[in-house]
Design a protein. Structure first.
Length: 246
């Protein structure tokens, strides 16, 4: 199964805590992880969080301001977000292609915007307040169940087939073949359910495979790999590994 590394935590900042938790078994075709990112005290400098492209949609809950919440998804390149000197976020990371909500709900790098959409996110954020991350997971799971019931999120059989065959996928044609779709059908399906064209979706999957420790054999040569990695993250692989803990 696809196991994205959706964050780059600065190695030099020791007082930032990152935690992740598996969803319950019945939600694993929908949710990849529940995540928590917070400071222990106040930092001396603003913290810049390096969000990596992973094709996942997130629901972000700011635990310091219950009005700051929303649905966020990166495109095919990374984004560095300034989180300030003190922060506490709890997130739901959905698997690629399962989010079915209004496309206008999906923002880009949402960490400082008051939510005014139709989902009960402010209500959920108030329920999360002052709970431990373990207790919050029950609230988050119940909320995901509500999203499933209302069909805001649904399992995606196309991306699931792609994830099950990642090792054998090197081209868009390979992706279409394992999905049992024509290239044109794959184009329409991926664009509708993930927001990505097949070529960009494949680039994101390749990047995530290298971050999971797989080699770069799917690239034509080493220079092509370095160029592609830098285009997606803004760093060469060497500089990225020295700066960030993934």
């Amino acid at each position: 199964m696809y196991d994205p590394k959706g964050n780059g935590k600065d190695k030099t900042v020791q007082s930032v805590q990152f935690a992740k938790a598996e969803p319950p078994d019945h939600l694993r075709g929908i949710v990849h992880r529940f995540l928590e990112l917070k400071t222990n005290g106040t930092l001396s400098d603003d913290y810049r969080f390096h969000a990596l492209p992973d094709a996942c949609a997130y629901i972000v809950f700011d635990q310091l301001n219950p009005k700051i919440t929303g649905v966020s998804k990166l495109r095919a390149a990374s984004e560095e977000l300034n989180l300030g000197k003190a922060f506490h976020y709890v997130n739901i990371r959905f698997l690629p292609g399962v989010w079915q909500g209004d496309r206008e709900e999906v923002a880009y790098g949402m960490v400082d915007t008051t939510y005014s959409g139709g989902l009960p996110l402010n209500e959920i954020n108030r329920q999360l307040s002052k709970r431990t991350f373990i207790d919050q997971q029950l609230v988050l799971s119940e909320f995901v169940e509500r999203l499933i019931e209302s069909k805001q999120v649904v399992a995606n059989p196309v991306t699931e087939k792609i994830f099950q065959n990642l090792d054998g996928i090197h081209t868009v044609s390979d992706m279409a073949a394992v999905s049992e779709l024509s290239t044109r059908q794959l184009q329409r399906t991926l664009k509708r359910t993930t927001g990505f064209a097949p070529h960009d979706f494949l680039k994101v999957l390749r990047l995530q495979q290298t971050l999971n420790g797989n080699d770069a054999s799917s690239y034509a040569d080493q220079s092509h790999f370095i160029h592609s990695f830098r285009k997606a993250t803004g760093y060469t692989p060497g500089k990225y590994s020295r700066k960030f803990d993934v």
